[in-house]
Design a protein around this ligand. Structure first.
Ligand code: ADP
Ligand code: MG
Length: 700
């Protein structure tokens, strides 16, 4: 059971003072898993992505442009817009002895303005001055305060990712309340590790992370961030080891096939396997045939053909009469696998089923029963496969696709759904080899280091965003010749609603040029809608697919030959590489256009250069690691590997090594975590929701 001292952290955000039912819903949307409720813990792990620094207190004349400043001013003139329905902004002229500046409020509440800024009053204004038509102005100052308000104004204020309707001050207030409720927690880290790395206690680190005092405090290398990352990594490494010990404990089973299914499937393929695919399959076949348990990682760049390797492994296991499960990270991918593989498997006489969160409860029961009775040979699904009470008749092989989307150890749990289940993990993440080994533990590795023949290289260009007109013109010509294109609109504002609005606006824009052949897909769409659009694109009824990053992983439409990425400067290298990997899959010549908005940071420049120079996933990975290792502050959403909430594997590689060594030592000394530190470590596992691993402990 979870130690009761963690209870305050697992309480609902809704129960915090100042969070009403309406705001609570917004917090759920921002922080909780779909359909779930936001907990205090989720709020505390939602770290600031930026910081407002109000330490500058210049005079108006001396104030730098486009920089947050706090000005002490007198209200000199109120310029109410004329006419009741005027859309003109309300302007307020304020001054000090050195000059004046105009405050500009669009669609403003006039009463509020006149109450907050009475003529002649002294006020403190926080905001950024910009030049407009030669005049100094502040559009929507972030604070307008009197003396009393100013006394309470924080000099540094954390900025959080938001969702529409949720105001920053609610997040700030709720976070303060959550911090105030942090219980005293036992120290789970080794004292010498903390001392050697100058890391603060967990609670202190969490406080510091939420109260940044400068941009440096947001760096992934800040001691507070390092401490939190180390905690998460230690939890993950412990869980990984506990689950692996459990997986390894029972011997595996030998799956000896007679080749009937594998031969049928290979014969039905419209292509010949590459050398790398054959080599990898030989590794896998040897694992399957041995009575040792398989724990193998197949690393292969996007498009290297991992799916068919998995399919043949599944067929081999089916030959020995056992079931397989293939887990994909998203509904779209699970469905795509299902649609691709169903004809192949069914043609060979295998029974295949799709099990995702979208299967209706009424059908789910039937599916579960069929799987439990062994009437299904292959189940393809999302994490619905490990959730709930699905029981297999005789699971022989668990395949986890695109592993980096999952927490590693969480997903190995699929392998715990049977006796001596063999586990095959497939990843397209270009994680450098060294890192992969540490992150995935002592798995055996195979590399699909050869692309299927006929792949064309993708010509990649970077263009400033103001040349978008040329891009549209180019698309027009390409589409006239039958091309299909992706158009990716990324997360820009760290605000899902605004990002979505940007994608919708771009979609509307392109529709005016290209008409109905432009589709839109985004993460907020209902599953069935999303599928309909994806299918339209696959069939070619949709020629331009405007997408948020939901298409990042795995989607395979060989006819698509153009990838346009807006705000490419915002993406990490690995993401750019993944996105570009969606094209260059068919016969057509492919191109990738990176639209960027300047001025570019040094790191962004380096990323765009790298992505233009090479298509080698491993080289890109090394470069990514180098760039991030230098401590560029990346938004939370760009953090290294999903599955971690606080750690960024590529920036925290050193911490990962520490956590790995420590986890090994801990379990060697105290395998059941019964010592005093062991009890603290159990709390750590619960804190990072590695409950699955704690359960294994109790089971012995
Ligand atoms: P990924 O490794 O990114 O998961 P997929 O398995 O989706 O790649 O394969 C990408 C595309 O390459 C698919 O359309 C697949 O049918 C095709 N493919 C796979 N292996 C080969 C091969 N040996 N020769 C030609 N095409 C192949
Ligand atoms: Mg794939």
């Amino acid at each position: 059971m979870r130690p009761s001292l963690l209870d305050p952290l697992f309480g609902r955000v809704a129960a915090l003072p100042g969070v009403g039912p309406k705001t609570a819903k917004l917090f759920d949307r921002l922080l909780a898993k779909p359909g779930g409720e936001a907990r205090v813990l989720d709020l505390l792990f939602h770290l600031p992505s930026n910081v407002i620094d109000r330490s500058a207190r210049p005079t108006i004349a001396a104030a730098p442009l486009d920089t947050m400043v706090v000005l002490k001013v007198r209200v000199a003139e109120l310029r109410r817009p004329q006419g009741r329905y005027s859309k003109a902004p309300y302007r307020v002229l304020v001054e000090d002895e050195t000059g004046d500046v105009e405050l500009v409020f669009f669609l403003a509440n006039q009463d509020w303005i006149e109450r907050s800024l009475p003529l002649g009053a002294t006020r403190w204004i926080s905001g950024r001055i910009e030049l407009y038509d030669g005049r100094r102005q502040i559009v929507h100052p972030d604070r307008v305060l009197d003396e009393a308000g100013f006394a309470k104004l924080p000099v540094f204020e954390a900025v959080y990712g938001l969702t529409e309707g949720l105001q920053a001050r609610y997040v700030l207030r709720a976070t303060e309340e959550a911090l105030a409720r942090l219980p005293a927690l036992p120290e789970w880290q080794d004292a010498s590790v903390l001392a050697a790395n100058k890391l603060p206690p967990f609670v202190e680190a969490l406080r510091a992370a939420h109260r940044p005092e400068n941009a440096g405090a947001l760096s992934v290398q800040h001691p507070a961030r390092q401490r939190l990352a180390l905690d998460e990594l230690l939890a993950s490494q412990l869980a990984l080891r506990l689950i692996r010990a459990k997986l390894r404990r029972p011997a595996g089973r030998a799956h000896i096939g007679d080749g009937r299914f594998t031969r049928a499937i290979e014969a039905a393929l419209p292509f010949r396997l590459t050398g790398a695919q054959r080599r990898t399959l030989k590794d896998i076949d040897a694992d399957l045939a041995s009575d040792k348990r398989m724990l193998r990682l197949v690393q292969g760049d996007v498009g290297s053909g991992k799916t068919i390797v998995a399919a043949l492994a599944i067929a081999r296991v089916a030959e020995s009469g056992r079931q397989s499960a293939l887990m994909a990270p998203t509904e779209i991918l699970a469905r795509q696998h299902y649609e691709r593989l169903a004809p192949l498997f069914e043609g060979a006489g295998l029974r295949i089923a799709l099990l995702t969160g979208r299967v209706k409860p009424s059908e789910r029961a039937g599916l579960h029963a069929a799987i439990g009775a062994g009437e299904i040979d292959v189940v393809i699904g999302t994490h619905a496969l490990v959730q709930g009470d699905l029981a297999f008749h005789d699971l022989g092989l668990a395949v986890v696709d695109e592993q980096h989307r999952f927490g590693v150890e969480q997903r190995l749990a699929l392998g715990a759904k049977g006796d001596g289940v063999d586990v095959l993990v497939m990843t397209a993440t270009p994680i450098p080899r060294t890192l992969a080994l540490t992150a995935f533990g002592d798995m055996d590795c195979s590399a699909l280091d050869e692309k299927p023949p006929g792949r064309t290289s993708v010509s990649t260009r970077a263009l400033p965003a103001d040349r978008i007109g040329e891009v549209v013109g180019g698309l027009q010509r390409a589409l006239a010749q039958g091309a299909r294109a992706y158009w990716v609109c990324p997360l820009v504002e760290e605000n899902e609603e605004l990002d979505l609005a940007a994608a919708e606006a771009r979609h509307a824009d392109l529709v005016t040029y290209f008409g109905a052949s432009v589709g839109l897909v985004h993460g907020r769409m209902k599953g069935a809608e999303k599928d309909a659009v994806m299918e339209g694109f696959q069939r070619g009824e949709i020629k331009i697919l405007v997408a948020t990053t939901v298409i990042e992983v795995g989607v395979d439409v060989p006819e698509a030959t153009i990838m346009v990425i807006e705000h490419a400067e915002r993406f990490g290298l690995a993401q750019l590489h993944q996105l570009r990997g969606r094209v260059g899959r068919g016969k057509g010549e492919s191109s990738c256009l990176l639209l960027y908005k300047g001025p570019l940071s040094e790191a962004a420049k380096a990323r765009l250069t790298t992505i233009r120079q090479t298509e080698d996933g491993f080289r890109i990975a090394e470069e990514d690691l180098r760039l991030r290792g230098e401590g560029e502050i990346l938004g939370v959403r760009q953090a290294g590997l999903p599955g971690f909430r606080l750690a960024d594997l590529s920036a925290h590689a050193r911490l990962l090594a520490i956590a790995r060594d420590d986890a090994e030592l801990i379990l060697r000394r105290d395998p059941d975590l019964v010592s005093e530190r062991g009890a603290a470590l159990r709390a750590l596992l619960y804190l990072f929701e590695r409950d699955e691993a704690v359960r294994l402990l109790r089971a012995g």
